[in-house]
Design a binder for this molecule. Structure first.
Ligand code: NCD
Length: 360
């Protein structure tokens, strides 16, 4: 089992001071990119994208190229041996032996952690199903640092798919660690944040409320984080159709917002932000995507230089329990250990943080 590398599976595996260092380095790279052109010369980054991506994949790739390194990988697993039935363990083991850092995105929650168990280099979670997306959060934090000048004492509205939105989960976990942040969770009752996120907010002592109306909340926000309703995460098309088009940010709604509101969106946008809003100086989502490349440059460099190794698994093994989540990697890759952690007195799967139940 691999424990000797600095992986990034969940931002909260590291202390806030570590994130702050990455953000500051990202800001320095943004200001002086020429200083870093040889920083990763001779290093190879592998990107294994089992799910579609534009920004995450290309910003990682251009980040490595701008640092003087090289890239390998796939963005269509069907053109690799995955199409022949190869499991995550074997693909990771082999590709990590060709590279110095491995970036992985997968539709099943917990895959990055599963990959880190066998990888022979640092693994970065570039999105694991509907669970987490820590490098999008670093992007969001760098954007707030650059554009708002602070990461604390903000009222943050998160709007749209809060249930399956991994960007939302990672961002809530991160911003709850800074003092004085308040959250307004704007969604339909069906797409509210998962229970573990509500528990985490409660445990961290953050003020938060759920809200169904974007109109009602917009005037009090410092940050509005819009998200796409993600068709691919729903169990049925009917459930998706019932949710799409509920929230739409328009120029009309923007009139009721603060003059210094920051509108963020991880992108891609579908219909949830009217195109005309792009011309509003408060619309920061394209700038945010650009900051993403700089913060990923900072992350790659930091992980490659790091000498501290984090343990991949923290929980206890219990073969009498299993995870209830059909979209957890443990439901697909049966060799994975049955590992569980305690969150607010509840036993949850260490890979996806969903509930554990006894094996029948
Ligand atoms: C997000 C993702 O993949 O989770 N996009 C991204 O990484 N920038 C959000 C989404 O796909 O809606």
């Amino acid at each position: 089992m691999s424990t000797q590398y600095s992986h990034l599976i969940d931002l909260n595996d590291y202390p806030v001071e570590w994130w702050d260092k990455v953000i500051k380095l990202g800001a320095s790279m943004y200001a002086h990119p020429q200083r870093y052109v040889q920083a990763c010369a001779g290093k190879i980054m592998a990107t294994l994208f089992y799910e579609p991506s534009t920004r995450t994949q290309m910003s990682f790739q251009s980040a490595m190229i701008r640092l003087g390194g090289s890239i390998i990988g796939f963005d269509n697993p069907m053109s690799s041996s995955v199409s022949k039935g190869e499991n995550i363990k074997d693909t990771t083991k082999v590709v990590s032996s060709y590279s110095d850092i491995l970036i992985i995105r997968h539709p099943m929650a917990g895959t990055a952690k599963a990959a880190a168990l066998t990888a022979e280099c640092p693994v970065v979670n570039a999105g694991d199903g509907g669970h987490l997306h820590p490098t999008q959060t670093l992007t969001d934090l760098l954007t707030l640092h650059m554009e708002k000048g602070r990461l604390d004492h903000l009222t943050i509205g998160l709007c749209g798919d809060l249930l399956y939105g991994r960007t939302v989960h990672s961002l809530c976990k991160a911003l709850s660690c800074y003092e004085g942040n308040r959250f307004v969770l704007i969604s339909t009752p069906e797409l509210q944040v998962p229970e573990y996120i509500t528990k985490m907010l409660r445990d961290s002592g953050c003020e938060f409320r759920t809200e169904t109306s974007l109109d009602a909340a917009i005037g009090e926000l410092d940050v509005l984080y819009m998200t796409r309703i993600q068709r691919e995460r729903f169990l049925s098309e009917a459930e998706y159709l019932a949710q799409k088009d509920v929230y739409r940010l328009t120029t009309e709604k923007m009139k009721r917002a603060k003059p210094d509101l920051a509108v963020l969106h991880p992108l891609p946008r579908v219909d949830e932000i009217e195109i005309a809003v792009d011309d509003d100086p408060r619309a920061l989502y394209f700038k945010q995507a650009q900051y993403g490349m700089y913060v990923r440059m900072a992350l790659i460099l930091r992980l490659l230089e790091s000498e501290t190794a984090l343990p991949v698994l923290h929980g206890v093994e219990d073969n009498s329990l299993h995870c209830v989540n059909p979209k957890c990697i443990t439901a697909q890759e049966h060799y994975l250990p049955h590992r569980f952690i305690e969150v607010s007195g509840k036993t949850v799967c260490e890979f996806c943080e969903e509930r554990a139940i006894p094996v029948r």
